[in-house]
Write a protein that binds this ligand. Structure first.
Ligand SMILES: Cc1cc2nc3c(=O)[nH]c(=O)nc-3n(C[C@H](O)[C@H](O)[C@H](O)COP(=O)(O)OP(=O)(O)OC[C@H]3O[C@@H](n4cnc5c(N)ncnc54)[C@H](O)[C@@H]3O)c2cc1C
Length: 422
């Protein structure tokens, strides 16, 4: 959606295909980091965006055993917003979709599940959805961690492995509760509570494959473990009535070796699924979109782009991806893994105590999590109003399969063809 918006804003005819009829999905990435808020500011959308209901996280804090520690403080990061905004992802996507639909070059088609890519002469020239085909000069696979586009294009995935999975759930928030979002570490468990206004969004971290054992002990077993780590939930843990109230996030950390083929580019989770540690998945996806728009909007507008242009996007974004995934895997193995294996009451390790005591050190993780490496800035210009008025659908160029297809540039050969009467 971000790439669709940026391309259409730059005058590139763009179609976004989304398989669902809306963006309403619970427990999907809800952390909008300072780097993404900076992008919204550069687009002139920040003030309106921040009017949407959200909560702000200004520090990353944990409770290790009996000790409360702060490991990151966003107060000093070089962005306008010194906080993570917690906001349901559908609000973020709807907000963008509403603005994008005001652009003549943008079109969103919902209930449009892409089932295959169309090849011609060794090049991807479009996608097949259930009831139509769409041709485009560029197809962008932005269809998430189970990407159909990347599978159908035969792109190879490098699996970095993950020893954890996460159970997501919600518990009500009461007026007497403290306001902080916290990560609790104790008794071999990690439990994260995110303040979402009238409820807590909670993540219960488990060892990969442990779910069956937990289920065998019944929902009461899970409730007891939650209360053991966070006694304050003793008076409401019954809200978790059954396993239907628990959503499993199977954690994957992977990335494509090559992000592109002639006529096709993958970005976001389709190019690299991230661990939930640091909640950076959305933000890397957004940064990919900004980089792709910066590098491709002009060639697409001119109607000429090459494999080198697509490769430039991969080259630019591979380092931040590798770096971030490297840190996540390290933290999963060394820290989370050690906590899950311990089973006893914990005390903060010396490294954490150091960060807690030396406030200036907290700027480092704040910067890594909040801004990341190689932050992207919007370099594309909005098309002039008169240009926009003369742009007709089908004249300029890409498809994003939520996935984006950019309708073919300049040569007016974007077309959508119905393939059944459904
Ligand atoms: C349970 C859960 C919790 C998470 N929590 C966080 C968090 O707190 N913070 C964070 O930063 N990240 C989190 N993530 C990860 C985050 O959601 C992703 O990293 C981020 O959304 C990636 O964006 P994306 O656009 O690449 O893919 P997605 O957000 O997955 O979007 C892909 C889109 O493509 C659509 N689609 C899929 N297949 C097709 C198809 N064949 N045809 C058409 N459309 C298709 C999907 O419906 C979806 O709308 C979480 C993920 C999960 C699953």
């Amino acid at each position: 959606m971000v790439l669709g918006y940026l391309l259409a804003r730059a005058g590139v005819q763009t179609v976004v295909l989304e398989k669902h009829k809306d963006f309403l999905r619970d427990f999907r990435g809800d952390t909008v980091h300072p780097s993404t808020l900076e992008v919204m500011a550069e687009l002139g959308l920040l003030d309106e965006f921040l009017k949407l209901p959200h909560q702000q996280v200004r520090q990353l804090q944990g409770q290790i055993g009996e000790s409360r520690v702060t490991v990151a403080d966003f107060a000093h990061i070089p962005t306008r917003c010194k906080f993570i905004a917690l906001m349901p992802q559908w609000h973020f996507l709807n907000f963008l979709a509403e603005r994008a639909e005001q652009l003549p070059a943008f079109r969103l088609i919902t209930e449009a599940e892409v089932t295959d890519v169309i090849w011609e002469n060794g090049r991807v020239v479009g996608v097949k959805a259930k009831t139509f085909e769409i041709r485009a000069s560029l197809v962008v696979g932005a269809d998430g961690r189970h990407s159909t586009v990347r599978a159908r294009a035969g792109l190879q995935v490098e699996d970095l492995g993950s020893a954890i999975d996460v159970l997501w759930m919600r518990l009500s928030r009461r007026p007497e509760d403290s306001a902080e979002s916290l990560a609790y570490f104790n008794y071999g468990r990690v439990f994260v509570t995110l303040d979402r206004g009238d409820y807590w969004q909670c993540a219960f971290v488990i060892r990969k494959g442990e779910l069956d054992d937990l289920r065998a002990k019944g929902i009461e077993g899970l409730r007891a473990q939650i209360v053991r780590i966070t006694p304050m939930f003793g008076n409401r843990v019954q809200e978790l009535e059954s396993w239907d109230d628990i959503k499993l996030l199977t954690v994957r950390v992977d990335r494509l070796r090559e992000w592109w083929r002639p006529g096709l580019l993958c970005i976001g989770d389709a190019a690299h699924a991230m661990s939930p540690l640091g909640g950076v998945g959305i933000n890397l996806a957004v940064q990919d979109a900004v980089a792709a728009a910066n590098l491709l909007a002009e060639p697409l507008r001119r109607g000429v782009y090459t494999g080198d242009d697509l490769n430039a996007v991969q080259c630019r974004r591979m380092f931040p991806t590798r770096f971030t995934q490297g840190l996540q895997v390290l933290a999963q193995e060394r820290f989370i893994g050690a906590v899950l294996a311990s089973g006893v009451s914990l005390r903060p390790p010396w490294q954490v105590q150091l960060f807690n005591r030396m406030k200036w050190l907290q700027r480092i993780p704040a910067r890594v999590v909040g801004v990341g490496v190689r932050p992207e800035h919007v370099r594309t210009e909005p098309v002039a109003l008169e240009t926009r008025h003369t742009t007709r659908r089908g004249q300029a160029g890409g498809a994003v399969t939520n996935g984006a297809a950019n309708e073919h540039a300049a040569s007016s050969d974007v077309w959508v063809r119905r393939t059944s009467s459904e």
